[in-house]
Design a protein around this ligand. Structure first.
Ligand code: ARG
Length: 283
């Protein structure tokens, strides 16, 4: 596979070279000759083409996030399912390529994208201004609110942000929730952990007193863990939307993905995927 990529990039560089030779001198004086940087238009055209040529697109996700993406045993086989995964499949289908999935910690997704190990991220990822500096996002396809989870026994004890002063509050590492705890609960100590499943365990074993997580995900876990409940604590964050991330400078890929998202939003497929994913959580 690596070799194929090499061959492909050699062919592409040759093609670039040939086309560059054919252009008028005025167009060559862009200032980045020899810097290894390609003209934006060429880079943009090549990403989508390269994926189509390879016949495959690689998605990165952190499958600890029901109903977005999670592991489920189906037909005696461990599978990654969820509404994000259904969206990813539709994107691959519209591009006419097969979908390959890579499961990793949420915090590893952006570095993997920038390193070129994956072609896009779908992982309930919020397009924050900070992230927008390093990657490009599609439009938002789903929005959720942030909630605080506590143990049922502590519901009366923890009713305000202040009541959690000096206590440990959990959040997923590298996720917006980590920032939310730091900014909105400055009196609490944030405990950032890579996988949501481990954070739930931390709650159950009383290593943390509260957990900040998106409502659909909290719903999924609360349903299976009656010892955990929503706290009556209001956070002042805005709704957090989810979008797909791609490497910077792949405008044609973003455009193609937005087309698929438009279709899935307008024909209510995403709503259907969410309902189906929730049903899988309940099983
Ligand atoms: N929306 C939050 C963020 O973008 C959390 C996403 C976590 N996703 C996951 N698959 N664990 O940071």
């Amino acid at each position: 596979m690596y070799k194929n990529k090499m061959v492909l990039s050699v062919i592409m560089s040759l093609a670039l070279l040939v086309s560059a030779c054919g252009t008028k001198p005025a167009e060559q004086t862009s200032g980045n000759a020899g810097s290894g940087e390609q003209p934006a238009a060429a880079t943009q055209a090549s990403k989508l083409d390269a994926i189509k040529k390879a016949g495959k697109i690689i998605v990165g996700t952190s499958a600890d996030y029901p109903p977005y993406e999670f592991h489920k045993e189906i037909d005696k086989k461990d599978q990654i399912v969820g509404f994000d995964i259904e969206i990813a499949k539709e994107i691959a289908k519209d591009l006419g390529v097969t979908l390959e999935m890579k499961d990793m910690k949420f915090e590893g997704l952006l570095p993997a994208l920038e390193a070129g190990n994956i072609d896009f991220i779908i992982s309930g990822m919020t397009p924050t201004p900070e992230r927008q500096k390093s990657v490009d996002f599609t439009k938002i396809y789903y929005t959720a609110v942030q909630r605080v989870v506590v143990r049922a026994d502590d519901k009366a004890k923890y009713t305000t942000v202040d009541s959690l002063k000096g206590q440990k509050v959990g959040a997923q590492k590298g996720a917006t929730q980590e920032t939310i705890v730091k900014e909105q609960m400055p009196g609490s100590e944030v405990k950032a952990i890579g996988k949501i499943t481990d954070l739930i365990m931390e709650m159950k074993t009383k290593k943390i007193e509260a957990l900040v997580v998106e409502q659909p995900v909290a719903d999924a876990f609360l349903q299976k863990n009656p010892d955990l409940v929503y706290a009556d604590i209001k956070l002042t964050t805005e709704d957090s939307g989810s979008a797909i991330a791609v490497k910077k400078g792949s405008a044609d890929l973003v455009e193609a993905m937005n087309k698929t998202l438009d279709r899935l939003i307008s024909d209510k497929s995403i709503d259907k995927f969410v309902t189906e994913a929730n049903a899988l959580v309940e099983q």
